[in-house]
Design a protein around this ligand. Structure first.
Ligand SMILES: *Cc1c(COP(=O)(O)O)cnc(C)c1O
Length: 364
């Protein structure tokens, strides 16, 4: 559909022209034999950017987290994770089904961080009755708080607490480079004390497929075996890895620095939305990366979910897509392919939709 403004997720991005040509020209081999030069180059670039010795290309962020858990956690081990984390909510229970782990969820505060006393208390004592704590994992950026970037200092403090208990720290950095750009820092600084991490190429970095797992060579060896076990070892994967090499730059076609535009666009969108009659629960100052969640105020006596349904149908028919949460809240993510003019139009469409479904007092 021409000019459809798709804010459902930053996963809807299409590969850039530079990615298309790199993919067409990619040198390939059989990566299961370890001889696809493009995959090797991508893994080396990922390791270099994150300051870790080794990396592994995997099909998705979910697979990256899964093989990382499998590599750190013995069957029956326990993972300490954020209660709202992707692994808890959106990975089909793979930590239990495949890794065989139990879960110790802790809720983060409004800034996306844990209270350290609560974290310390979540580690299990050495006791035959209890599952042994085997991994701590955090998300950076932190999705449940609209993609807040966690600092290098916070990550190091969490790592120190974990390491005191001889437990490793894994960082789910699906949007790690949003965090890097938002804080004007480096991936290596954010991961300095983490034992392993994953990041997605297929979100704001614009690639069609893929994520990277990074860590020590021993950890990556275990992760490669786990990747094989879950059916994720791919053959001429250089075709898709080539897009990742473009995204990770350096050079004019790199996709990391342009994430700053997504953040500026998200703030502009949030400021426009927050000012609208009918929209509630959105503080534009809380937008720090590319992630916005807002509420709708139903008319007196109107059911919130009915109002939301009508709003979504109305924006959709006008060429704008948001996603909805079961809570009734609505989500928008900015990304590659969304320009400032699209933000202006999205605001215009939203204003009309709110009026058309009677959520605002304005006239259509
Ligand atoms: C998107 C996401 C993932 C998983 O990535 P997929 O490639 O969709 O499997 C993992 N963790 C977080 C925080 C994410 O946002």
């Amino acid at each position: 559909m021409p000019d459809f403004i798709d804010l459902r997720s930053d996963t809807v991005t299409k590969p850039s022209p530079a990615m298309r040509s790199a993919m067409a020209a990619a040198e390939v081999g059989d990566d299961v034999f370890g001889d696809d030069p493009t995959v090797i180059a991508l893994q080396e670039r990922a390791a270099e950017l994150t300051g870790k010795p080794a990396a592994l290309y995997v099909a998705s962020g979910t697979m990256g987290n899964l093989v990382s858990h499998m590599s750190h956690v013995p069957r029956g081990g326990e993972i300490i994770a954020d209660a709202g984390a992707h692994l808890v909510q959106l990975e089909a229970g793979g930590y239990a089904v495949i890794t065989g782990a139990t879960l110790r969820p802790i809720a983060a505060g409004a800034d996306g961080t844990w209270d350290f006393e609560t974290l310390r208390a979540a580690f299990r004592p050495d006791d035959d009755h209890q599952p042994p704590t085997a991994l701590v994992t955090i998300e950076n950026t932190h999705s449940p708080t609209m993609g807040r970037p966690l600092t290098a200092d916070y990550t190091s403090q969490v790592a120190t607490i974990a390491h005191e208990q001889a437990v490793p720290l894994h960082v789910d950095g699906a949007r790690l480079f949003n965090s890097v750009v938002a804080q004007d820092t480096t991936a290596a600084a954010l991961l300095a004390d983490a034992d392993s991490a994953t990041f997605c190429l297929s979100k704001g970095l614009g690639c069609p497929v893929g994520s990277l797992v990074i860590g020590s060579p021993e950890f990556i060896d275990r992760a490669r075996r786990a990747r094989k076990l879950v059916g994720g070892a791919m053959r001429q994967a250089g075709i898709i890895a080539a897009a990742g090499l473009v995204a990770l730059g350096p050079g004019p076609n790199g996709m990391i620095e342009r994430l700053a535009d997504d953040h500026t666009n998200a703030t502009a969108l949030a400021e426009g939305l927050a000012a609208m009659d009918g929209i509630v629960g959105l503080d534009p100052a809380a937008i720090t990366t590319n992630y916005i969640v807002f509420g709708l105020r139903p008319r007196p006596g109107q059911d919130l979910l009915d109002a939301r349904e009508a709003f979504m149908a109305e924006t959709g028919s006008r060429g704008l897509a948001y996603t909805q949460y079961p809570s009734g809240r609505v989500r928008a993510l900015t990304h590659y392919g969304i320009e400032r003019t699209d933000i202006e139009r999205a605001l215009e469409i939203t204003r009309h939709a709110l009026a058309a479904v009677g959520l605002s007092a304005a006239t259509v």
